[in-house]
Design a protein around this ligand. Sequence first.
Ligand SMILES: [Zn+2]
Length: 427
Amino acid sequence: MKKLLTLLFVLGAYTATAQVEFEDYFFDRTMRFDYQHAGDHATEEFFFNGLKAEPYWGGSKRSLVDTTNLGNHFFRIVDLASEREIYSRGYCTLFNEWQDTPEAQQVRRAYAEAVVFPYPKRPVRIEFFGRDAKGRFALKYKQEIDPESYWVEQFTPRYETFDVAYHGNHATRVDIVVLPEGYSSGERAKFEEACEKFAEAMFTYAPYDRLKDKFNIRAVWAPSEDSGVTIPGERVWRNTACDANFTTFDSERYQTVANQQTLRDLAAHVPYDYIYVLSNTQKYGGGGIFNFYGISAAHNPGFTGKIYIHEFGHLLMGLGDEYVGNTAYDETMYSLKLEPWEPNITSLVDFDTKKIWKSLIEKDTPTPTPATEAYRDKVGVYEGAGYLSKGMYRPMQNCLMNSFRGVESFCPVCQQNIEQYVNWLCE
Ligand SMILES: [Zn+2]
């Protein structure tokens, strides 16, 4: 009996780690699963909206199964015939952030979301997971998908597109699609200039400067009816292409898009991995949600470039905010009883999982590390991070995931994590 168990274990391990061959399971285009993510502060449910076929698959054809453990949510595609996981990704959502707001104590709410994966050749099952009280992924919803169904909506291109920075084959690049928010039909030149500035900023800061060749940036020219952006807190409403708004969760500078499906409809015009929305405003602000979308002001006179870099850090791999927050609900975002999955913040509950961070701390650096001149440029474990002044720690005194004023780079922990992740995405 013991021998049999050992054999089964070995087979199991083999199945989990063996390379999924893209051509065996997928066509070279995208399937999109649209759904409503609904609930309140304590519950979440998934309601199916529909399936869409999109013309390009922008992602890797090798890094198909995600074992990084990043994200508050996770979805996987299982081949029905073999029960094998053939694609998976972690991600975060606006719904999940909303669950920590006071409104979620009183109101039930639904957000339109969508996940994408390479187009399956045969029937599959999609499974959605969320984190349980112990921080582990727990199954929340599953549904079978017939890729040959006539209900799969086919894509019709509606907008012009253009390259901002092209460095090669999208299967082995991180492809960013840039979308315009609040640029009217007469403002194309202004948007094109903003796209150039976005690329310039991206490739100015480490590690993106040395990873430049691993990125493509493309834009979709989707003009808005109105020029400018929606700011509910100032009772300013505009009819715009991405339907974004400031004042999210009553935070003056938090700009988001409530309906992620709107963004996917625009993004599908080009091969893409990540959506970044440039908004036609000088107003400081933006937002970035892991593997979901990023958005920010394209014309802020002071910090436009650094805002891009900061929000893209959230979007790319869910880097945590290394600063201390100032609202009550900020304090409920992280539990000090759990190790956060974000690679650049720790509660010290399980610091051993932060391998890159640990490897960068010199032997005699104390934990926690005092934020003094002596440790100014040293990687350590500094108290104050993840919106919390106590019990949560960051790797350096300063980093672009912390603040902008007088800060010109990511800390080495953020840099090395980004580099490793980008290399994985580009396999
Ligand atoms: Zn950092």
